[in-house]
Design a protein around this ligand. Structure first.
Ligand SMILES: Cc1cc2nc3c(=O)[nH]c(=O)nc-3n(C[C@H](O)[C@H](O)[C@H](O)COP(=O)(O)OP(=O)(O)OC[C@H]3O[C@@H](n4cnc5c(N)ncnc54)[C@H](O)[C@@H]3O)c2cc1C
Length: 451
């Protein structure tokens, strides 16, 4: 008899992980605390409940990264994606889902699977023995959160995200912006030029503050406490405290010289810092915000150098339990210090229903393969699944790690293609063609191993 796989959390990730492992022939015990213990966002006792919007976002697998991830999950007979397809609602190019029948069907299929046992229980410790996947999501129960923090170190587990917007490097106007670290600090040329700086005149700064103050903001959900304030104030809250606050905080202009206008001292400077090893993404330093998405795009494009900026993700602050995965997890999603334990879903620092289910799919297959004695390599870097797992377990900067959704900035560039807005469609198609080939090969390899 093979070892059982225990999965904690029957959300998007845990449900998918359980399905994948069970389909590979492994006995699975799925521990879900609802409905006995609830969260402020879940309403039902169903597995795979969609807590807020009913959208899996774009279904375009040719020119959209999340659409490509849909494709990969369908190719792997993912439970979440194939069930979503059966409960699809009209939504243009997006995959919108009729949430209750969707969750009911996921629950029924798992409960009736001969290899799956669903136990209604809250797990509050990281066990020393056995093989486990923790997929307890952004609202991991407090007792388990404390146990994880004890095992990983309190500074390696966050309870709120504070997401600054992330910009595609190629969309920054380097005729206005320049590369320089404050006071040219750093041992190497790479470190001395680690930041991209966008200068503002006094008039531009005042107009920017006006726009920040006037912008529409989102509120916290009911029950989502606002004790995030230490050290991660939203920029609009800083601006509300005084018009000069940002100029003395993240927008201070000191230690920087604009090579395009060396005789002109900027009144304020917005800095962007590299967000991934590939150097394709930059985050706007200290610009976490609760502004609505539409407002963010127009306000941030007021920054000189970012007029044409394209955003890989916009900013936000949410209740969100997540690990510092680049430090803690290997590319198999195992805790480096305790390899009998894997993590999956949003707690690994991915963001969104689809990305969470994708990490569940991968963790379920990798754990089951290990139990069956024929371990699998992790997802290939050129697939969307692989781009995401490599980002969270290594490509992302550990010091500033914040949750990420899948986007083309995580993909290795395809050689010989035009950069910029004009070449975009061709580039995206090249990424998704390459991703499909890589994912097909990985699935075929996994199937051969099983034969
Ligand atoms: C308020 C809110 C709104 C959101 N809105 C959206 C949105 O509109 N679109 C989107 O794509 N994403 C949204 N998200 C993120 C979304 O929740 C995740 O992307 C997705 O559900 C994560 O999947 P998961 O499996 O990692 O976690 P979940 O789907 O949350 O599943 C985790 C499961 O673990 C269970 N659990 C927790 N602790 C324990 C324990 N100790 N023992 C046993 N079981 C436990 C929970 O009950 C839950 O069922 C939102 C999140 C929140 C908090």
């Amino acid at each position: 008899m093979t070892e059982k796989l225990h999965i904690v959390g029957g959300g998007m990730a845990g449900s998918e992980a359980a399905w994948q492992a069970a389909e590979m022939g492994v006995e699975v015990v799925l521990h879900e605390m609802r409905p006995t213990v609830g969260t402020f966002a879940h309403r039902t006792g169903h597995l795979a409940e969609m807590v807020c919007s009913n959208s899996f976002r774009s279904d375009d697998d040719a020119e959209n990264a999340v659409g490509q991830l849909h494709w990969e999950m369908r190719a792997a007979q993912g439970l979440v994606m194939t069930t979503a397809d059966r409960h699809r609602l009209p939504a243009g190019g997006a995959l919108a889902v009729d949430r209750d029948p969707f969750a009911e069907e996921v629950t029924a299929r798992l409960k009736s699977h001969p290899k799956v046992t669903v136990e209604e229980s809250e797990i509050t410790e990281l066990p020393e023995e056995g093989r486990w996947i923790f997929a307890t999501g952004p609202l991991t129960s407090p007792a388990l959160g404390e146990a994880i923090a004890r095992a990983t170190g309190a500074d390696q587990l966050a309870f709120f995200d504070a997401i600054a917007p992330i910009v595609y490097a190629e969309s920054i106007d380097m005729g206005t912006a320049w590369r320089q670290s404050r006071y040219d600090k750093g041992e190497t040329e790479e470190e001395r030029t680690a930041y991209i700086n966008c200068p503002m005149t006094k008039d531009q700064y005042e107009a920017f503050i006006d726009a920040l103050l006037a912008a529409d903001k989102t509120e916290f959900h009911e029950g989502e406490t606002a004790d995030y304030f230490d050290g991660c104030l939203p920029i609009e809250v800083m601006a509300e405290r005084g018009r000069e606050t940002l100029r003395h905080g993240p927008m201070k202009p000191v230690g920087l010289t604009n090579p395009h206008k060396p005789d002109e001292k900027p009144h304020a400077v917005v800095q962007l810092r590299r967000d991934n090893a590939l150097g394709t993404l930059y985050n706007i330093v200290g610009f976490q915000t609760k502004m609505k998405y539409g407002a963010q795009t127009s306000v941030f494009r007021m920054i000189p150098g970012l007029e044409e900026a394209r955003f890989a993700r916009l900013g936000g602050i949410h209740r969100n339990t997540f690990l510092n995965s680049p430090t803690l997890l290997d590319d198999q999603l195992r805790l480096r210090a305790r390899p009998n334990i894997r993590f999956a879903g949003q707690i690994t620092g991915v963001e969104g229903y689809v990305e969470s289910a994708a990490m569940g799919l991968l963790a379920g297959r990798l754990a089951a393969a290990e139990i069956l004695g024929r371990p699998l390599p992790t997802a290939p870097a050129d697939s969307a699944m692989g781009a995401l797992v490599h980002h969270i377990t290594g490509g992302a900067e550990a010091k500033t790690f914040q949750p990420m959704n899948v986007n083309f900035g995580l993909f290795r560039p395809v050689e010989g293609l035009k950069g910029g807005r004009k070449g975009r469609r061709e580039r995206y198609r090249a990424y998704t063609d390459r991703a499909k080939a890589a994912w097909r090969a990985w699935l075929a390899g996994a199937a051969l191993d099983a034969a």
